[in-house]
Design a protein around this ligand. Sequence first.
Ligand code: NAD
Ligand code: IPM
Ligand code: MN
Length: 348
Amino acid sequence: PSALNLAVIPGDGIGPEVIAEAVKVLQAALPADVTLTTTEFPFGAGHFLETGRILDDSDLDELKKHDAILLGAVGGDPRDPRLKGGIIERGLLLKLRFALDHYVNLRPTTLFPNVESPLANPGDVDFVVVREGTEGPYVGNGGAIRVGTPAEVANEVSVNTAFGVERLVRYGFAVAASRPAKKLTLVHKTNVLVFAGSLWQRTVDRVALEFPDVAVDYLHIDAVTIFMVTNPGRFDTIVTDNLFGDIITDLAAAISGGIGLAASGNINPDGTFPSMFEPVHGSAPDIAGQQKADPTAAILSVALLLDHLGSVDAAARVSAAVSADLAARGSAPRTTAQIGDAIAASLT
Ligand code: NAD
Ligand code: IPM
Ligand code: MN
């Protein structure tokens, strides 16, 4: 018998709706001898507007005591002036990724059988984006002068360290080596972003020597958007920086059945801090509170969580249950809870 001590951050908008289903499925999937303890944390835009608090050091200390974190989505009404500048996204989500050293943002993309893609001939879509999670333009290294004047200058600096790039690239090669296709594509913009591009390319070239079984190629980020639409089957393992990875994983979701199916893991491979699992989507204010959100992305994030914690069988059962549910979906719309109930029921 063992214990799973999970921190749950339902968040805002559809976050609590999809997380309720994800926890349901997690409970159903766990082996009987594993005791699940969930501790809910109220963080998000709503909590900030009520209390003025986003996430402080004592909150981080509490979260660090858990085996893993499951997060729904955070972010409030973008028109609310009290939330401008992504104060919640940066002060909560990015703060967690940085403080817990989630340097791998793992975003698998699979077009499940019977799921409709907006592409006429999608082919076999099965790849994983290994997105850097703690560096790039996300670090907040920027500034502006003469703001609001015609002479304003606004700078955003992308930070890429040899240490940060190497550990991510190394993880990417290990992922590629573990997959049948064994192909790694570095995605960047080395023709313009020459300093960071050179660091990424040299790092890939060097680490590649340790992985002779992995075939390596390179694409510029703009060309990736072409091939992801015209020939997504060419991708197996994509390694890329924080911002490029953010953008192409929404595209990847769109071609593989929609953002409601896209899962992610913010991984700290060293195990120093808990990893965090969340759907790729946001709080979807346009459909929040209506039981219209698809909880599948959150449920597949639970599969990633189980896999990360070593419950490989339970993870595979969740993925199989999702795959079966997707294959059986008709045209009649189901509520968020109906989808979660159906997947959970098929596991017991
Ligand atoms: P979004 O992902 O919330 O929504 C984009 C579109 O996808 C909307 O039309 C929405 O209805 C739809 N959608 C999203 N999830 C869905 C689901 N599970 N089922 C069905 N449809 C779904 O992106 P956005 O509108 O750009 O952002 C809304 C807010 O969420 C912003 O505050 C943003 O900063 C935040 N955000 C948070 C996260 C996160 O917490 N990880 C991720 C992305 C965006
Ligand atoms: C994501 C989101 C976040 C990101 C935002 C909300 C900060 O878009 O998880 O993909 O850019 O990483
Ligand atoms: Mn995103």
